[in-house]
Design a protein. Sequence first.
Length: 507
Amino acid sequence: MVDRDMINENEDMISKGGVDSPYDDEASHEGSTGASILLKKGPWTPAEDAILVEYVNKHGEGNWNAVQKHSGLARCGKSCRLRWANHLRPDLKKGAFTVEEERLIIEMHAKIGNKWAQMAAELPGRTDNEIKNYWNTRIKRRQRAGLPVYPPDICFQALNDKQHDDEMCSFASGNIQHHDLISVNNFEIPAIEFKHLELYPPAIHDMPADSLLDIPPSIMIDQIPNSSYGSKSLFSSMNPAKRLRASGLLLPRSSFSSNDAVPIYSQYPGDGSEIGQSFSVSSAYDHNLPPDHITSSQLLPGSHAFINGNFPPSEPSSWAMKSELPSFQNHISNWGSPASPLPSLDSVDTLIQSPLTEQTGSSILSPRNSGLLDAVLYESKAIKNSKDNHSHRAGIFANPGGWMDDTLQDVHETEWEAHGDPASSFGHSGGSMFNRYTTNSVSSSGCEFKQEAPSVDQLQSIVKDERLDEILISRSDVLLGSNCYSHWGENNSGESFDTAICSWGTW
DNA sequence: AAAGTGCCCAACCGCCGCTGG
DNA sequence: CCCAGCGGCGGTTGGGCACTT
């Protein structure tokens, strides 16, 4: 029995202020019972808690709007439900997350993204809000530190799980299961293949063991065209308006042909030959490939993982719009031509394994030999290292083909600044720049597209091409998020650089 | 000691899907 | 089929606290 004084106290509190009906509609609904009560919002008091607990003990959970009606509690149903679920439930586990719980959260996030409720279901006594707060805190912390979110083992585990799932789902069947967004965009994404990855030793060695990667691999795979996960993970929860908005942000497909648009970004171009030698990245996306080939080679373009670093999944497209900069086609338009060597799919393994024997240049840094993972890690570091050069490089972002109007450029640069934190390239949870990009990239239009990547020689040539100067940008994550072939390395003076060569795929 | 800064987390907000009338 | 009510979910906010300067 709730002490009447408690109720009075509660009513007193209500009368004191803070009574600003948060849900006017519900408040008015309450009024249908005859009593129009202003609903309080803000922190709950012990008295209110007591009222709610007693009510739930007596009537059980559910029918939350009835709580106010029957108990006199001046809280809307939603507030009551939230309070009960997050704080008053008897089975709640208080205190910090255990190591096991943290591990589970990370693993689950790598697999399912920001599905807090699902995570909470796997963590008895924990609430979605708690997990969400934990994750956001963790993300911010690691973002600040310039660290990736996911430990590599989790990445690979999730990756493998997803790969298995995809295989089971006839990944390469060519069926288009998610048309909602994709059909609108009608372009496809090439895969990115990392090869001869070179990383800074310090970048890796200075890293905590658990901080090597901010990539939810499975989510990467999520974005692979035709993957049953594909658009689902990004859009299934997105309302139609958002989807429309997202797709509407895409650049007009009519602007591109399947073979054009191979923009090149370069950062710290330095000596082109060095770049070419030290780091070769190519693309291979062949829809006819068996799943075991496809999986790895297609990871990057769509992966939430790559992704995972930068933007929340709820913002899948805004950056994509900005990063899907079409008109580098005027500069390099022949990468998709038959002349371009189709990269070996075997190099996917190279990517993952980063065999030392294939490393060129001075440093092989991945203690875990994780290839792509290290690449991502390195990128995080590189971006951080390059912060000092930010203004310089930002200033050289150019619009050589005139494809980007002032407005867009302003937006682009604004967002650039907004995410200028060096850690931002991998710091965010649930989504990222890649997420946004790949959101749009998930293709539904068959998979006839083959994106061919430049050879090392081509890269060297490209890097040396003076036109590169026009399209330098500093955001390697942008590059990656834009179907880029990305290169990291170190120039002659020991200065970090990364070069990305991007392809816009088929429109 | 005071002011400034950053972090944490409880709570709010808006949206979505389900259900019943 | 439409609409309203409701519960649920994920993103965001802001107050309070701890720490730093």
